[in-house]
Design a protein around this ligand. Structure first.
Ligand code: UD1
Length: 372
């Protein structure tokens, strides 16, 4: 069975790594990895491939950045001849980024079956680009693999035939477990000057709704500065946020000097970290503040309290079973909620069902059994 696996952006690499590993162990499957090039910086792509032991992609479509329409269209335009030439039995897409929907559309229009890993998640907020990507991908996929039961309910409500839906667990958790020994050995603590037992929090922000409006971003950062007076914060800065940050605070313009200055104010700014260093950093944090989706799941698994700086989550199991509190994007709530959480952390009721490190194997079994 020839399977083309498509990845484009950072969280895709994490989800695809366990799938590629599992496919390589099955003689019946010939996997091929295609990178759309949506993420292209070393910190966003190359480092992740290395950390996750992903072999280099067979092809990189090098689409790069652009508006949503341009990026989606470029993936489709460049992927179509490749799929037409290879004629795989299945295209596997993961997550909810522009590359996901673009690859799924391209494949189905060529009459090639599509499997969507991490299907059915819904924030019910159509102003999120990812929500559109999820709804469209799920509507056209032939096999839909879900991480939590509510996702299957969402799909059934949208008219997806139950026979196409498989509850398999979470490949992001497979990655976390597979590489546990390696991230436990990370040198990030020495690198950032964090002593054993030092209290700190971790921040990530990259959603357009949080970072594209300079006034809102400035208010968020003010709130974080307030918190940082009580809990030192390490802020892992996504490239789309970096230029906006430099605009906000010119003292961050140069290397170590700026890190020192920032540390004096309780915030350490670091460029996007690799996978192993970032998981290690989160694992010992007192608190993680984020607008990412995957981080809500990883903190749940690590048992670290997470405050989600968005009005909603498409991953409700992280709230019902895990350590996640969805507090919205109003900067005025950040300090109070953070202090409340430090005082009274959420108590997880154990890992969500099937988050056991074996989701990828279940997905491969299902693909071989139900091959469309
Ligand atoms: C994308 C996904 C988002 C995911 C995130 C993870 C979509 C719609 N969004 O958002 O769901 O949570 O990846 O990081 O697909 N840039 C670089 N170098 C890179 C990549 C991006 O500098 O390697 C900068 C560029 O200025 C680019 C901007 O970041 O325009 C946004 O990149 P893009 O891939 O469009 O979206 P993300 O914000 O990364």
């Amino acid at each position: 069975m020839k399977i083309v696996n498509v990845v484009g952006a950072r969280p895709n690499f994490v989800k695809m790594a366990p799938l590629m590993r599992a496919m390589r162990h099955r003689a019946e499957i010939t996997p091929m990895l295609v990178h759309t090039g949506q993420h292209y910086d070393a910190a966003m792509s190359g480092q992740l491939f290395e950390d996750l032991e992903l072999s280099a992609p067979a092809v990189n479509l090098e689409v790069g950045s652009g508006s949503h329409a341009v990026q989606t269209a470029e993936v489709m335009r460049r992927l179509e001849p490749l799929l037409d030439g290879v004629r795989p039995d299945l295209v596997v897409v993961v997550g909810d980024v522009n590359s996901t929907v673009a690859a799924a559309l391209t494949a189905v229009k060529l009459g090639i079956a599509v499997a969507h890993v991490e299907a059915g998640l819904r924030s019910f907020d159509r102003s999120m680009p990812e929500e559109i990507n999820r709804v469209v991908t799920d509507a056209i996929a032939d096999l839909l693999f879900v991480t939590e039961p509510t996702a299957a309910d969402n799909l059934v409500r949208e008219g997806v035939a139950p026979a196409k839906i498989h509850f398999v667990g979470n490949v992001m958790i497979d990655a976390l477990e597979t590489f546990r020994r390696r991230w436990e050995a990370s040198g990030i603590f020495e690198h950032l000057g964090l002593d054993d037992g030092q209290r700190y929090g971790v921040l990530t922000l990259h959603r357009p709704s949080n970072v594209d409006d300079p006034a809102h971003l400035a208010e968020m950062l003010e709130a974080i500065h307030g918190l940082a007076r009580q809990l030192p914060i390490v802020f892992s800065v996504h490239p789309r946020v970096k230029s906006r940050l430099l605009h906000h605070d010119r003292r961050l313009a140069t290397g170590s000097e700026t890190a020192e200055a920032a540390r004096g104010k309780g915030i350490t700014y670091v460029d996007s970290l690799g996978y192993l260093d970032f998981i290690a950093l989160m694992s010992r944090a007192r608190l993680v503040l984020t607008d990412s989706g995957g981080i809500q799941e990883e903190t749940t698994m690590l048992g670290v309290p997470c405050l989600t700086l968005r009005p909603n989550t498409e991953r409700p199991v992280t709230v019902t079973h895990g350590t996640n509190r969805v507090i919205g994007a109003d900067p005025r709530r950040i300090l109070d909620e953070a202090l409340r959480t430090l005082e009274d952390p959420p108590r997880p009721s154990g890992p969500p069902p099937l988050w056991d490190g074996h989701a990828a194997e279940r997905i491969i079994d299902a693909i071989l059994e139900h091959r469309p």
